[in-house]
Design a protein around this ligand. Structure first.
Ligand code: PLP
Length: 356
């Protein structure tokens, strides 16, 4: 299907809310822009993509996404450059991953070029919502859910694809405290951990809440079989710096989400000549490195926070404090470089910025 066959129609909103936003107090993901995108799937094809005023959507009470969870999403961001241009960070990667999630959940794929054009056009229409304060951006949330009005368990035949936009500030205001989980699991081999499937996040809330009750921000997930290997941290990938090497759990198992931020961080660090290892990372070696002082740094990587340095790691009854933030030379440099690249302040040698 060529995109030209599918013209995205536009219905402009009549009363923009952009001047009613409290730009100094932006809670993550609660403020939405004037428009949203909606496209429907039926009879084996996508049709009628439209940008329309932000509004509620009607739903049948038997809608299958609610009952059986055929629901996936993506998350990416748009940034404003000093010259006023807008760019989205690596949207094709999100399009590809969205389709991998769709396949795993028996849902229809959205052609990559169409996905990217939907993102581009919606951001262009709500371009005055992209903040230009440091650390601020426009969060883009594409998602797809099953809409068959039928309480029977089978892949739905109809779906909605939508995109919402939300201006956001910094996700974490302080360095994070995490706890290595040794009972609950996020994803098992053969499961849906690699997909950005809605149910993964619903299932993580209870274990995360237990950790929060013990004064941690989030969990470090371990493998479902033995809890011996590190997987990721909350909804971010995790990277350690031990003996000047960046070490991160390999994505070979289908239990780890293939993060675009982590991939970009590793590509950037490699280009600087930093040693990078993607392999199994055992809880034991992490604890050992924390004990003997070779753990120089640990951070989460994800679109929401870009890079969230970890301050405290808890394991069983112990807590380990990591080096002071000012000594995290490498991760500070990576974060600064990536943040600057996304707003055009350093040269985008990788071609990661997609201009709107
Ligand atoms: C989205 C997500 C990430 C980070 O992926 P990015 O592409 O970097 O935003 C990591 N882990 C999980 C479980 C996620 O859902």
């Amino acid at each position: 299907m060529a995109i030209s066959e599918l013209t995205i129609s536009v219905e402009q909103c009549k009363d923009s809310a952009v001047n009613r936003v409290d730009w100094d107090n932006l809670p993550f993901g609660r403020v939405f822009t004037d428009h949203m995108l909606l496209m429907e799937y039926a009879d084996g094809r996508w049709e009628n993509p439209k940008i329309m005023p932000f509004q509620d959507i009607p739903m049948h009470p038997a809608m299958s996404a609610i009952h059986y969870g055929q629901s996936i999403f993506e998350g990416l961001k748009a940034y404003k450059h000093e010259d006023g241009r807008l760019s989205v960070f690596r949207p094709n990667m999100n399009a590809k991953r969205f389709n991998e999630s769709a396949i795993r959940m028996c849902m229809p794929e959205v052609p990559e070029a169409l996905f990217v054009e939907c993102v581009r056009k919606l951001v262009a229409i709500d371009s005055n919502w992209v903040p230009n304060k440091p650390g601020y951006s426009l969060y883009i949330r594409p998602f797809m859910f099953a809409t068959d009005a039928w309480v029977g368990i089978k892949p739905s035949e109809t779906y909605k694809f939508m995109i919402l936009l939300s201006p956001v500030g910094n996700y974490y205001s302080e360095p994070v405290r995490v706890k290595i989980e040794s009972y609950y699991t996020r994803a098992a081999q053969g499961g849906v951990g690699r997909a950005k499937a809605a149910g993964n996040y619903g299932a993580s809330l209870y274990p995360a809440k237990q950790a929060q009750d013990h004064n941690f921000h989030q969990l470090v997930w371990t493998d479902a079989k033995e809890h011996k290997y590190i997987e990721e941290s909350g909804t971010m990938n995790i990277v350690f710096q031990i003996n000047d090497t960046l070490i991160t759990p390999s994505e070979e198992q289908d239990t780890i989400l293939r993060g675009i931020t982590k991939r970009s961080i590793l590509e950037l660090a490699s280009s600087w000549g930093i040693a990078v290892e993607e392999r199994k990372v055992s809880v034991e070696e992490v604890i050992q490195a924390l004990r003997d002082g070779t753990m120089q740094d640990a951070f989460g990587a994800g679109t929401a926070a870009t890079l969230a340095q970890i301050d405290i790691i808890g394991y069983k009854d112990e807590v380990f404090k990591l080096p002071a933030m000012e000594n995290r030379t490498l991760s500070n440099r990576i974060k600064e470089h990536l943040d600057a690249l996304k707003i055009g302040k350093v040269e985008d040698t990788f071609g990661w910025n997609f201009f709107v």
